[in-house]
Design a protein around this ligand. Structure first.
Ligand SMILES: C[S@@+](CC[C@H](N)C(=O)[O-])C[C@H]1O[C@@H](n2cnc3c(N)ncnc32)[C@H](O)[C@@H]1O
Length: 270
Protein backbone atom coordinates (compact mmCIF):
# COMPACT_ATOMS: atom_id res chain seq x y z
CA UNK A 1 0.00 0.00 0.00
CA UNK A 2 1.33 3.51 -0.79
CA UNK A 3 2.10 5.82 2.12
CA UNK A 4 -0.73 8.13 1.01
CA UNK A 5 -3.24 5.25 1.06
CA UNK A 6 -1.87 4.11 4.42
CA UNK A 7 -2.14 7.62 5.92
CA UNK A 8 -4.49 6.61 8.76
CA UNK A 9 -2.12 4.02 10.17
CA UNK A 10 0.95 6.24 9.66
CA UNK A 11 -0.76 9.18 11.37
CA UNK A 12 -2.16 7.05 14.21
CA UNK A 13 1.38 5.85 14.97
CA UNK A 14 2.68 9.39 14.61
CA UNK A 15 0.20 10.73 17.20
CA UNK A 16 0.65 7.73 19.50
CA UNK A 17 4.37 8.45 19.37
CA UNK A 18 3.95 12.13 20.34
CA UNK A 19 1.45 11.58 23.15
CA UNK A 20 3.80 10.71 26.05
CA UNK A 21 6.02 13.71 25.29
CA UNK A 22 2.97 15.98 25.11
CA UNK A 23 1.61 14.70 28.44
CA UNK A 24 4.78 15.81 30.27
CA UNK A 25 5.44 18.98 28.24
CA UNK A 26 5.36 22.55 29.53
CA UNK A 27 3.35 23.32 26.39
CA UNK A 28 0.33 21.30 27.60
CA UNK A 29 0.99 21.98 31.34
CA UNK A 30 -0.98 18.99 32.57
CA UNK A 31 -0.26 19.83 36.24
CA UNK A 32 -1.81 23.27 35.87
CA UNK A 33 -4.68 21.76 33.92
CA UNK A 34 -5.40 19.21 36.66
CA UNK A 35 -5.43 22.10 39.17
CA UNK A 36 -8.23 23.69 37.14
CA UNK A 37 -6.67 25.78 34.37
CA UNK A 38 -8.64 25.87 31.14
CA UNK A 39 -6.91 24.86 27.90
CA UNK A 40 -9.30 27.02 25.85
CA UNK A 41 -8.16 30.39 24.46
CA UNK A 42 -10.14 33.60 24.32
CA UNK A 43 -10.75 33.20 20.54
CA UNK A 44 -12.76 29.99 20.93
CA UNK A 45 -14.27 30.92 24.31
CA UNK A 46 -15.79 34.04 22.71
CA UNK A 47 -17.12 32.08 19.72
CA UNK A 48 -18.54 29.25 21.83
CA UNK A 49 -20.38 31.60 24.20
CA UNK A 50 -22.39 30.09 27.05
CA UNK A 51 -22.27 26.30 26.60
CA UNK A 52 -23.79 25.32 29.95
CA UNK A 53 -26.22 22.44 29.38
CA UNK A 54 -25.31 22.14 25.69
CA UNK A 55 -24.15 18.92 24.05
CA UNK A 56 -20.77 19.39 22.35
CA UNK A 57 -18.93 17.03 20.00
CA UNK A 58 -15.20 17.80 19.90
CA UNK A 59 -13.44 16.39 16.80
CA UNK A 60 -9.70 15.51 16.96
CA UNK A 61 -9.49 16.11 20.71
CA UNK A 62 -5.93 14.74 21.21
CA UNK A 63 -5.64 13.78 24.92
CA UNK A 64 -8.76 15.65 25.83
CA UNK A 65 -7.81 18.91 27.55
CA UNK A 66 -10.18 21.03 25.46
CA UNK A 67 -12.99 18.46 25.78
CA UNK A 68 -12.57 18.43 29.57
CA UNK A 69 -12.40 22.24 29.60
CA UNK A 70 -15.74 22.27 27.71
CA UNK A 71 -17.19 19.89 30.31
CA UNK A 72 -15.92 22.13 33.12
CA UNK A 73 -17.94 24.96 31.54
CA UNK A 74 -21.06 22.84 31.96
CA UNK A 75 -21.27 21.20 28.53
CA UNK A 76 -22.09 17.55 27.96
CA UNK A 77 -18.86 16.99 26.02
CA UNK A 78 -17.71 14.10 23.82
CA UNK A 79 -14.20 14.04 22.34
CA UNK A 80 -13.06 11.81 19.50
CA UNK A 81 -9.59 11.13 18.15
CA UNK A 82 -7.71 8.67 15.93
CA UNK A 83 -4.92 8.01 18.46
CA UNK A 84 -5.76 5.17 20.87
CA UNK A 85 -2.97 6.35 23.21
CA UNK A 86 -4.35 9.88 23.31
CA UNK A 87 -7.89 8.62 23.98
CA UNK A 88 -6.67 6.30 26.73
CA UNK A 89 -4.92 9.29 28.38
CA UNK A 90 -7.98 11.51 27.88
CA UNK A 91 -10.17 9.01 29.75
CA UNK A 92 -7.66 8.86 32.62
CA UNK A 93 -7.34 12.67 32.83
CA UNK A 94 -11.14 13.04 32.84
CA UNK A 95 -11.26 10.55 35.73
CA UNK A 96 -8.41 12.26 37.60
CA UNK A 97 -10.04 15.66 37.19
CA UNK A 98 -13.50 14.41 38.17
CA UNK A 99 -15.25 15.37 34.92
CA UNK A 100 -17.63 13.16 33.00
CA UNK A 101 -16.41 14.05 29.49
CA UNK A 102 -16.79 11.05 27.16
CA UNK A 103 -14.16 9.87 24.69
CA UNK A 104 -14.25 7.70 21.57
CA UNK A 105 -11.31 6.44 19.53
CA UNK A 106 -12.25 6.90 15.87
CA UNK A 107 -11.18 8.30 12.55
CA UNK A 108 -13.28 11.42 11.81
CA UNK A 109 -14.69 9.85 8.64
CA UNK A 110 -15.60 6.62 10.43
CA UNK A 111 -17.41 8.35 13.32
CA UNK A 112 -20.96 7.62 12.02
CA UNK A 113 -20.17 3.93 12.71
CA UNK A 114 -19.36 4.67 16.37
CA UNK A 115 -21.73 7.44 17.44
CA UNK A 116 -25.42 7.87 16.70
CA UNK A 117 -26.66 11.05 18.43
CA UNK A 118 -26.74 14.69 17.28
CA UNK A 119 -25.23 17.66 19.12
CA UNK A 120 -25.97 21.34 19.78
CA UNK A 121 -22.36 22.23 18.90
CA UNK A 122 -19.57 20.59 16.92
CA UNK A 123 -16.17 22.05 17.85
CA UNK A 124 -12.70 21.45 16.41
CA UNK A 125 -9.52 23.51 16.65
CA UNK A 126 -5.82 24.12 15.94
CA UNK A 127 -4.10 21.44 13.90
CA UNK A 128 -7.03 19.40 12.62
CA UNK A 129 -7.96 19.50 8.91
CA UNK A 130 -4.35 19.14 7.76
CA UNK A 131 -4.66 15.48 8.78
CA UNK A 132 -7.65 14.93 6.50
CA UNK A 133 -7.42 14.45 2.72
CA UNK A 134 -11.05 15.23 1.79
CA UNK A 135 -12.91 18.18 3.30
CA UNK A 136 -16.21 17.25 1.66
CA UNK A 137 -16.20 14.08 3.79
CA UNK A 138 -15.20 16.16 6.85
CA UNK A 139 -18.07 18.61 6.34
CA UNK A 140 -20.53 15.72 5.82
CA UNK A 141 -19.52 14.34 9.25
CA UNK A 142 -20.03 17.77 10.86
CA UNK A 143 -23.48 18.10 9.25
CA UNK A 144 -24.38 14.52 10.25
CA UNK A 145 -23.65 15.20 13.94
CA UNK A 146 -25.23 18.65 14.26
CA UNK A 147 -28.87 19.02 15.26
CA UNK A 148 -30.86 21.20 12.82
CA UNK A 149 -30.01 24.77 13.89
CA UNK A 150 -26.85 23.50 15.65
CA UNK A 151 -23.62 25.48 15.61
CA UNK A 152 -20.21 24.55 14.20
CA UNK A 153 -17.27 26.35 15.85
CA UNK A 154 -13.90 25.99 14.14
CA UNK A 155 -10.58 27.68 14.96
CA UNK A 156 -7.56 26.65 12.92
CA UNK A 157 -4.08 27.69 11.88
CA UNK A 158 -4.32 29.78 8.73
CA UNK A 159 -3.42 28.04 5.43
CA UNK A 160 -0.89 30.85 4.79
CA UNK A 161 1.20 29.54 7.73
CA UNK A 162 1.51 26.11 6.06
CA UNK A 163 3.02 27.65 2.91
CA UNK A 164 6.30 28.41 4.63
CA UNK A 165 9.36 26.31 5.44
CA UNK A 166 9.94 25.56 9.16
CA UNK A 167 11.80 28.81 9.79
CA UNK A 168 9.38 30.99 7.80
CA UNK A 169 12.14 32.08 5.45
CA UNK A 170 10.60 31.08 2.13
CA UNK A 171 7.40 29.87 0.50
CA UNK A 172 8.00 26.13 0.32
CA UNK A 173 4.58 24.42 0.08
CA UNK A 174 1.50 25.02 -2.08
CA UNK A 175 -1.25 27.18 -0.58
CA UNK A 176 -3.78 24.99 -2.40
CA UNK A 177 -4.25 21.27 -1.89
CA UNK A 178 -1.71 19.69 -4.22
CA UNK A 179 -1.83 16.21 -2.71
CA UNK A 180 -0.33 14.40 0.24
CA UNK A 181 2.74 15.84 2.01
CA UNK A 182 4.75 12.96 3.46
CA UNK A 183 7.47 13.95 5.93
CA UNK A 184 9.45 12.81 8.95
CA UNK A 185 10.10 15.07 11.93
CA UNK A 186 12.33 14.92 14.99
CA UNK A 187 10.89 16.37 18.18
CA UNK A 188 7.37 17.76 18.24
CA UNK A 189 5.78 21.22 18.27
CA UNK A 190 5.19 20.86 22.02
CA UNK A 191 8.83 19.99 22.74
CA UNK A 192 11.12 20.68 19.81
CA UNK A 193 14.12 18.95 21.37
CA UNK A 194 12.29 15.76 22.43
CA UNK A 195 14.07 12.56 21.45
CA UNK A 196 11.28 11.23 19.22
CA UNK A 197 10.94 10.86 15.46
CA UNK A 198 7.76 10.25 13.50
CA UNK A 199 6.60 10.09 9.93
CA UNK A 200 3.30 11.76 9.00
CA UNK A 201 1.02 12.48 6.06
CA UNK A 202 -0.78 15.83 5.76
CA UNK A 203 -2.66 17.96 3.23
CA UNK A 204 -2.85 21.73 2.79
CA UNK A 205 -6.32 23.22 2.28
CA UNK A 206 -6.98 26.75 1.02
CA UNK A 207 -9.76 28.89 2.50
CA UNK A 208 -12.16 28.49 -0.44
CA UNK A 209 -11.91 24.69 -0.25
CA UNK A 210 -12.70 24.83 3.48
CA UNK A 211 -15.59 27.28 3.28
CA UNK A 212 -17.17 25.67 0.19
CA UNK A 213 -17.07 22.21 1.80
CA UNK A 214 -19.23 23.57 4.64
CA UNK A 215 -21.62 25.50 2.38
CA UNK A 216 -22.09 22.50 0.08
CA UNK A 217 -23.07 20.36 3.05
CA UNK A 218 -25.88 22.57 4.33
CA UNK A 219 -24.00 24.86 6.72
CA UNK A 220 -24.64 28.58 6.67
CA UNK A 221 -21.50 30.60 7.39
CA UNK A 222 -22.16 33.12 10.18
CA UNK A 223 -18.64 34.46 10.53
CA UNK A 224 -15.14 34.07 9.14
CA UNK A 225 -12.35 35.87 11.01
CA UNK A 226 -8.58 36.00 10.62
CA UNK A 227 -6.07 36.71 13.39
CA UNK A 228 -2.52 38.02 13.04
CA UNK A 229 -1.21 35.92 15.92
CA UNK A 230 -1.31 32.37 17.30
CA UNK A 231 -2.32 31.70 20.91
CA UNK A 232 0.16 28.78 20.86
CA UNK A 233 3.93 28.97 20.72
CA UNK A 234 4.18 25.99 18.38
CA UNK A 235 6.18 27.47 15.48
CA UNK A 236 9.86 28.38 15.07
CA UNK A 237 11.22 31.95 15.27
CA UNK A 238 8.38 33.31 17.34
CA UNK A 239 7.99 36.28 19.65
CA UNK A 240 5.35 36.65 22.38
CA UNK A 241 4.26 40.24 21.79
CA UNK A 242 1.45 40.04 24.38
CA UNK A 243 0.71 37.26 26.87
CA UNK A 244 -0.36 34.13 24.93
CA UNK A 245 -0.10 35.92 21.55
CA UNK A 246 2.72 34.72 19.30
CA UNK A 247 3.94 35.94 15.92
CA UNK A 248 6.83 34.99 13.67
CA UNK A 249 9.36 37.60 14.79
CA UNK A 250 10.61 38.67 11.34
CA UNK A 251 7.11 38.65 9.79
CA UNK A 252 5.34 40.56 12.57
CA UNK A 253 1.69 41.27 11.78
CA UNK A 254 2.15 40.85 8.01
CA UNK A 255 0.56 37.40 7.80
CA UNK A 256 -2.60 35.80 9.18
CA UNK A 257 -1.80 32.95 11.59
CA UNK A 258 -5.21 31.70 12.68
CA UNK A 259 -8.77 31.90 11.35
CA UNK A 260 -12.14 30.99 12.78
CA UNK A 261 -15.45 29.96 11.27
CA UNK A 262 -18.85 29.83 12.93
CA UNK A 263 -21.56 28.14 10.88
CA UNK A 264 -25.12 27.00 11.52
CA UNK A 265 -26.74 23.85 10.21
CA UNK A 266 -29.84 24.55 8.18
CA UNK A 267 -33.01 24.20 10.34
CA UNK A 268 -34.73 21.94 7.77
CA UNK A 269 -31.79 19.52 7.38
CA UNK A 270 -31.81 16.02 8.89
C1 LIG B 1 -2.89 18.99 16.78
S1 LIG B 1 -3.82 17.74 17.53
C2 LIG B 1 -5.33 18.43 18.07
C3 LIG B 1 -5.24 19.77 18.49
C4 LIG B 1 -5.81 20.11 19.80
N1 LIG B 1 -6.17 21.47 19.67
C5 LIG B 1 -4.80 19.93 20.91
O1 LIG B 1 -3.71 20.47 20.86
O2 LIG B 1 -5.10 19.24 21.87
C6 LIG B 1 -4.44 16.82 16.16
C7 LIG B 1 -5.18 15.55 16.57
O3 LIG B 1 -5.83 15.04 15.39
C8 LIG B 1 -5.87 13.63 15.53
N2 LIG B 1 -6.14 13.06 14.22
C9 LIG B 1 -5.32 13.02 13.13
N3 LIG B 1 -5.95 12.42 12.10
C10 LIG B 1 -7.19 12.08 12.54
C11 LIG B 1 -8.30 11.42 11.95
N4 LIG B 1 -8.26 11.00 10.69
N5 LIG B 1 -9.42 11.22 12.68
C12 LIG B 1 -9.45 11.63 14.00
N6 LIG B 1 -8.43 12.26 14.61
C13 LIG B 1 -7.31 12.48 13.90
C14 LIG B 1 -4.53 13.27 16.11
O4 LIG B 1 -4.52 11.99 16.69
C15 LIG B 1 -4.28 14.43 17.09
O5 LIG B 1 -4.67 14.06 18.39
Amino acid sequence: MSKENDYLEINRQSWNNRTDTHLTSDFYDLDGFLKGNTSLNSIELDLLGDIKGKSVLHLQCHFGQDTISLARLGADATGIDLSDKAIESAKQIAKDSGTDAKFICSDVYDLPNHLHQQFDIVYTSYGTIGWLPDLDRWAKVIARFLKPGGKFVFVEFHPVVWMFDNDFEKVFYHYFNSGAIIETESGTYADKTADITQEYVTWNHGLSEIINSLIQNGLEINSLDEYDYSPYNCFNKTIEFEPKKFRIEHLGDKIPMVYSVVATKNQVSN
